[in-house]
Design a protein around this ligand. Sequence first.
Ligand code: AMP
Ligand code: ZN
Length: 133
Amino acid sequence: MTDCIFCRIVAGEIPSRRVFEDADAIAFLDIAPYKPGHTLVVSKRHVPEALADAGALASLAPAITTVGRLLTERLDADGMNVLTNVGEVAGQSVFHLHVHLIPRFEGKAGIRAMLDKDHDIDLDAIQARLLGA
Ligand code: AMP
Ligand code: ZN
């Protein structure tokens, strides 16, 4: 059994709040979101980070686009931060390729405000909105 937490989520061995899946990626809500709807688009294949493999990041592009639009439409986001951390010094804590989609809303603008975590985010309610329930 692998000790990579995202490989285990991909395999369904650890639960996650999934909102999308295609051939190359799954997307699920970040367990410790910075903003409502903070979602991770995760490679199904184990790749340690975005610069380790030329094709891996590109293979996530369709899922990034689809999930980004879903978050915008269902959560009425006004914008979004799309980012991936490479290396511990850059803030990477899970060494399996993933791209953060962090919806942004009017009133708290700018990249520094992205890091001010919103509190009391109801992950189950957000998943239900994204799945159309
Ligand atoms: P990074 O620091 O860029 O490697 O991002 C890793 C992200 O994974 C963090 O934002 C964590 O909150 C998130 N995370 C870690 N474990 C889980 C999990 N079991 N389910 C959902 N998100 C997770
Ligand atoms: Zn992995």
